[in-house]
Ligand binder design. Sequence first.
Ligand SMILES: [Zn+2]
Length: 356
Amino acid sequence: MSQSTAPGNDLPDPQHPSHHRTVLLRGGDVHSPADPFATAMVVERGHVAWVGSEGAADAFADGVDEVVDLAGALVTPAFTDAHVHTTATGLALTGLDLTGARSLADALVLVREHAAAHPQDTVLLGHGWDAARWPGGRPPTRAELDEATGGRPLYLSRIDVHSAVVTTALLDLVPGVTDRTGYRPDAPLTGDAHHGVRAAALAAVTPRQRTQAQRAALAHAASLGIGSVHECAGPEISDEDDFTGLLRLAAEEPGPRVVGYWADQDVRRARELGAAGAAGDLFVDGALGSHTACLHEPYADAHGAGTGTAYLDAAAVAAHVVACTEMGLQAGFHAIGDAAVASVVDGIRAAAEKVG
Ligand SMILES: [Zn+2]
């Protein structure tokens, strides 16, 4: 059920009393292919032992340790989230949320409080300001943010994530940032300058901050009834320490099961890192919004974009599937455009001719 304390955990905690008890849950809507009209279920030693109707549940009621009235609640198997970037999700959850700030002064108070509450974080991260909704309509200046953080690195993305305001201490981490496009001395950073400070901010996240972010993301998943997440990591997306740290955390602490994918053509490395597959965000092409998804026909809405960008062709897809199959790992790809999908299909067909 969705409120399980240890979703995805195969080994019942022997200390936990519920694992020695037989519990009847009734009066709900129990989603099960075994009985589409089930309203009740029996849990025995942490496992579902029976699902069925109220009438049949009466027969169990006297023989169980506990009866729980579901009061019409929906009971389902735990959900699986098949594509997650755990750390990024967690950083958004643990960072400063400015979407509720009603004025510039309000936002600066929140920045000050967040900085004080996170003395050990090397970089402070926040998101969601929208100066257009504030009286006066201006975002915080760098001097105001320097003052509110006591001179610490701070990155605050606007609600649309395409621009950000930062402190002097964060700018100092990006040599040459003042020469980049999108840099203006006292306005939100856009373009190249924005990408530079964003990369510097993420690189400054400490291992402790990262672990807290991962824990927050997994706890949030569990609160939504998600019992298993597929982490789509890779050398171009995250880093090895981030990936192995997450797998270790998931193994040591109760919470959703984490299935790790490492998007690397170096299949051996993926296995060494403990990945279930050299898959996930292994890019055959890019994204439609950036006109880099690979299409059969040229983009009609962007001059010069051509048919997009192909990072892997059918031969490379075939080689990867063969290498994964021989190593007993799952292969998988990121493919958005129709031409990219065709490359994957052709590549898998070619691989099947070799390895069956
Ligand atoms: Zn992804």
